[in-house]
Design a protein. Structure first.
Length: 289
């Protein structure tokens, strides 16, 4: 058998051989760090925290009670300051959390007294609450604006087939056109329509205007794709075309993309007899700088 000591290998004699079980015991990890490991190893004993805890969160300083950080046992903060984990300290002895501290004060205010942030900070505090896994704060924030309204909006957008994919397509087309033309902006044609079937302008249509009452052969007569870059629809909800346009512009703006839009007419593609597609067409102008 070969015993490893440092970097040297020594061959053992036959009568010095050990059983496999003895060999495994011989190579078990030591219970405590060796002298050479001591400088790199973290403390093995539970870390002790003072009753009043000084904090350094991304360079911003806070002071709070240990009981405040442990207010909700299922949170990341409670786990961090449970004593089971090692928390590094800065040069002044403050416990360091490597996270932007801009909204940490709002986190502490909720843990202290249940206070919620003002509306303009709700989204940002929600993101921090997700990071620290503070379930009660997340639940409270989701019940107030603007997150409560966002829930309703997302329920509506859930009816849109490929909504996020279409947003990405708008961005990619606009970027490609602006790059090719070396221009500040790019224009796209976008169709947004609520009804699946085109609406005829005639008062006495030859076909029933309700799609579920049309026969299969009649429906095929109206199937077509408008000549646009991106098409949104159809959907079944009270929310109308203008509501979806608001969602599109808001989501693009949230990504830092400046967008203007205006209706430039309807598709007007001939379908059958005197029927033409009357889906509205919008021109989107994406400005890049």
């Amino acid at each position: 058998m070969v015993v490893v000591t440092g970097q040297n290998k020594v061959s053992a004699t036959a009568d010095e051989a050990m059983s496999s079980s003895d060999a495994e015991d011989d190579f078990q990890e030591p219970a405590t760090p060796t002298a050479t490991q001591a400088g790199q190893a973290l403390p093995l004993l539970p870390q002790q925290f003072p009753e009043v805890v000084p904090l350094n969160v991304g360079g911003m300083f806070f002071t709070t009670r240990l009981s405040t950080l442990r207010r909700y046992e299922d949170t990341m903060l409670a786990a961090m300051f449970s004593g089971r984990h090692y928390i590094p300290t800065d040069a002044e002895g403050r416990y360091f959390i490597d996270r932007d501290g801009t909204y940490f004060g709002d986190i502490l205010n909720f843990l202290r007294s249940g206070d919620l942030p003002p509306r303009e900070r709700v989204r940002s505090v929600y993101k921090e609450a997700q990071y620290y896994s503070i379930g009660p704060l997340l639940d409270n924030l989701e019940d107030i604006q603007p997150l409560k309204g966002e829930k309703v909006r997302q329920a509506f957008l859930g009816l849109m087939p490929y909504y996020k994919d279409h947003l990405e397509r708008i961005i990619e087309i606009a970027k490609l056109r602006a790059t090719q033309r070396k221009a500040r902006f790019a224009k796209l044609k976008v169709c947004v329509f609520k009804e699946e079937m085109p609406i005829t302008p005639y008062e006495c249509p030859h076909f029933n205007s309700l799609r579920f009452e049309r026969s299969e052969s009649e429906t095929k007569l109206f199937e077509h794709h408008c000549e646009v870059d991106v098409s949104f629809g159809p959907w079944e909800a009270v929310a109308d075309v203008y509501d979806l346009l608001h969602c599109i512009v808001s989501d693009l703006s949230a990504r830092g993309i400046a967008v203007d839009h205006q209706c430039i007419g309807v598709c007007d593609k001939h379908l059958v007899n005197h029927y033409y597609c009357k889906r509205p067409i919008y021109e989107f102008k994406i400005t890049w700088w």
